[in-house]
Design a binder for this molecule. Structure first.
Ligand code: ZN
Ligand code: ZN
Length: 537
C-alpha cells in the first residue's frame, strides 16, 4: 500500500500520483505539463500496461492531457471520472491530439528543409480516441468499487463543470486506509457552477492543491456591469469587441454574463447586437454545459433552467463551425462581439480576428483570463504598439482592456476552509499543485498557524500508506539537467522506447507456458541486455 508523487510536485501543472494496493496500480490524474517547467518529473515507475485504472478529478489538460500518451504506451485499464468530466474530456483530448499533430506537421516541414530528424508527435488522434474509449462515468456521491481493495467516490469541488475531489478507500489484509485528493478546489461565487459544496468527514491522508496557497483574492467587482460597460463603449464607437477566451469554462461564463446583460437591457441603442462564438471546441463545450444535470448548477443557473430559460442562449448569438463561417464574420459590417480561442492568442481563429481588428481604434480587445509571459496575449496586454500576425506587421490602435478575472481556484482561505471540513485533522496533508515557494508557504501556514502536519513532496517521493513512513524523499531536480533535446526527440530513440514498451505485455503472455519456452525467452533477453549494456561502457 503505497503512493508515489510524480507530477504537479512543487509545480502547478502535470498532476499525476501513483497508488499501489493489493498488487494493483492506479493513477490519480494523468496531466500534461504546461508553461514553464521548473522541476524534472520522474517517469511513471511501472509499465503503463500494468496500470489498472486512472481516477480523473477534472477535464483540464494539466490533469488529463497525458491520458492519450499513457494509452499509446500500453495502458489498457479504465479511466473513472464524473459524467461531465468524461464529456468535456472527449472534446479536450481530441483538441490536444489535434494540436500535437499540427505541431508535428509544422516541425516536420521545417525539419525537411534543414535535414533535421523527423519529429514524432507526443500522441495523435488514434491515441486520444483510445483513451476516450476507456472513460467510465461515475455519478457524484456514489461509491464505486474499482478493483480488489480499491473504491472511490467523487464529490463536487466547484472548480470546473464536472470537477471533483476523490475519496479513495484502500484495504489490504487487515489494513484499511483512506486517502482524499482535493483535485483543484474552486473559488466562491463563480457563474453557472456550484460553490465548493461538499466537505469530507474523514481521511488518513489528504493530498491538497495549493495554486493560491499564499494569496487572498481581492473582493471581486461586478463582472456583468463591467462587461456591459465595455460592450456599450465599443459598439457606440462602431467597433467590434474581441474577446480571446478559453474554449471550455471561460467562454461559457462570458455567454452567461452576456445573456444577463441582454435580459436586463444593460446595453442600450444596439438592439439584438450580435455575439459570435468562433471556436468549434467552445461550441461543443457549450453543448456539454447545456446538457449537464442540474445537480452541477448553482441556484441561479438552476432557477433559470427551471423557468425554461437557457442560461447560455440569447437573441443575436451566432456560432461558427467551419472556416468559411469564421471568414464570413469579417464581412458583417455591424458592430459586434466576437469570442474566440485560444485564450492567450497563441493559436486558433482569434489571430485572424486580431489581424482584422487590432489596427482599428474603434475596436476593443478584452482579456478575460490569465496571459502567460511570452504569449501574444501578454504582449498586447502589456501595451505592445505593433505585433506580427501571419507575417504582417499590425498596428495596435484598438483599446486593450481587461475584465478583472475571477480565478477558478480557491485562495488560501478557501483551501483552509475546505481542509477544516474534516472532523479530525488528517495524519498528514500532502501539498501539491502549487509553485515552488507557494506550496512551501502553504505548508508553513498549515503547520504553524493551524496545527496540521503537512509536507510538499517533490517528484519521486514515495510514501508507505500502511505504516506512514516515507520510502523515498528526493529533492527537486531543476529541469536544466534534463536529457538533451536530441535524445528526447530522435525518431530512432522513440522507436527503441516503443519496441521496449511492448516487452512486458509479451512477457506476461508467457505466464503458464512450458518452462522450456520461458527459459529460452529469458536467455535471449538476457543476452540482448548484456550486449547493449556493454555497448554503453
Ligand atoms: Zn483545473
Ligand atoms: Zn490544475
Amino acid at each position: 500500500m503505497k503512493m508515489t508523487f510524480l507530477g504537479a510536485a512543487h509545480e502547478v501543472t502535470g498532476s499525476c500520483t501513483l497508488i499501489e494496493c493489493c498488487g494493483q496500480y492506479g493513477l490519480v490524474d494523468c496531466g500534461m505539463e504546461q508553461g514553464k517547467d521548473i522541476f524534472e518529473n520522474q517517469e511513471i515507475p511501472v509499465n503503463p500496461a500494468e496500470i489498472d485504472f486512472v481516477l480523473l478529478t477534472h477535464a483540464h489538460i494539466d490533469h488529463s492531457g497525458n491520458l492519450p500518451l499513457l494509452y499509446k504506451n500500453g495502458f489498457q485499464g479504465s479511466i473513472y471520472a464524473t459524467e461531465e468530466t468524461c464529456n468535456l474530456c472527449r472534446i479536450m483530448l481530441r483538441d490536444s491530439a489535434h494540436i500535437q499533430e499540427q505541431e508535428a506537421e509544422w516541425r516536420n516541414r521545417k525539419a525537411k528543409r534543414s535535414g533535421a530528424d523527423a519529429y514524432v508527435p507526443l500522441y495523435d488522434m488514434n491515441d486520444a480516441e483510445g483513451a476516450i474509449a476507456r472513460l467510465h462515468p461515475v455519478h457524484y456521491g456514489s461509491t464505486r468499487q474499482i478493483g480488489e481493495g480499491f473504491s472511490v467516490r467523487f464529490s463536487d469541488i466547484g472548480h470546473l463543470l464536472g470537477s471533483a475531489c476523490a475519496e479513495i478507500w484502500l484495504s489490504e489484509g487487515e489494513t484499511e486506509k483512506k486517502l482524499v485528493f482535493s483535485g483543484d478546489i474552486g473559488n466562491l461565487n463563480q457563474p453557472i457552477i456550484k460553490d465548493v459544496p461538499s466537505t469530507i468527514a474523514d481521511a488518513d491522508y489528504v493530498v491538497c492543491e495549493s495554486t493560491y496557497g499564499d494569496r487572498l483574492h481581492e473582493h471581486p467587482k461586478d463582472p456583468v456591469a463591467l462587461l456591459a460597460d465595455m460592450v456599450q463603449r465599443t459598439l457606440d464607437r462602431g467597433g467590434n469587441l474581441i474577446i480571446p477566451s478559453f474554449a471550455v469554462g471561460r467562454t461559457q461564463e462570458m455567454l452567461y454574463f452576456i445573456r444577463e446583460i441582454k435580459e436586463r437591457g444593460l446595453v442600450t441603442g444596439h438592439p439584438n447586437f450580435s455575439v459570435y462564438v468562433d471556436s468549434p471546441m467552445a461550441n461543443e463545450a457549450t453543448g456539454v454545459y447545456l446538457q449537464c444535470g442540474t445537480e452541477c448548477l448553482n441556484d441561479r443557473a438552476k432557477a433559470l433552467v427551471r423557468a425554461g430559460i437557457n442560461p447560455l442562449m440569447f437573441r443575436g448569438l451566432r456560432t461558427s463551425v467551419t472556416t468559411a463561417d469564421s471568414r464570413a464574420i469579417n464581412l458583417d459590417p455591424n458592430p459586434k462581439v466576437i469570442l474566440s480561442a485560444s485564450g492567450m492568442c497563441e493559436a486558433g481563429r482569434i489571430r485572424h480576428h486580431l489581424k482584422h481588428n487590432l489596427w482599428r481604434e474603434e475596436c476593443t480587445i478584452l482579456f478575460v483570463g490569465y496571459q502567460a509571459v511570452g504569449t501574444l496575449g501578454r504582449l498586447l496586454h502589456d501595451g505592445a504598439e505593433k505585433v506580427k500576425l501571419f507575417g504582417e506587421e499590425i498596428l495596435v490602435n484598438a483599446e486593450i482592456a481587461t475584465l478583472p478575472g475571477k480565478s477558478g481556484h480557491a485562495d488560501r482561505d478557501g483551501l483552509t476552509a475546505w481542509l477544516s471540513g474534516f472532523e479530525q485533522k488528517p495524519q498528514l496533508v500532502f501539498v501539491n499543485h502549487g509553485e515552488n515557494t507557494v506550496c512551501d508557504n502553504f505548508v508553513a501556514h498549515l503547520e504553524n498557524d493551524l496545527g496540521y502536519k503537512a509536507f510538499a513532496p517533490f517528484s519521486g517521493t514515495g510514501f508507505d500508506i500502511a505504516t506512514g513512513a516515507f520510502l523515498s524523499c528526493p529533492e527537486g531536480i531543476p529541469v536544466a539537467k534534463k536529457k538533451t533535446k536530441a535524445e528526447s526527440t530522435s525518431v530512432a530513440f522513440q522507436h527503441l522506447l516503443d519496441v521496449g514498451n511492448q516487452l512486458p505485455a509479451v512477457m506476461q503472455q508467457y505466464a503458464g507456458h512450458p518452462n522450456r519456452d520461458v527459459s529460452a525467452f529469458a536467455k535471449d533477453l538476457d543476452k540482448l541486455l548484456k550486449k547493449w549494456s556493454r555497448h554503453l561502457n
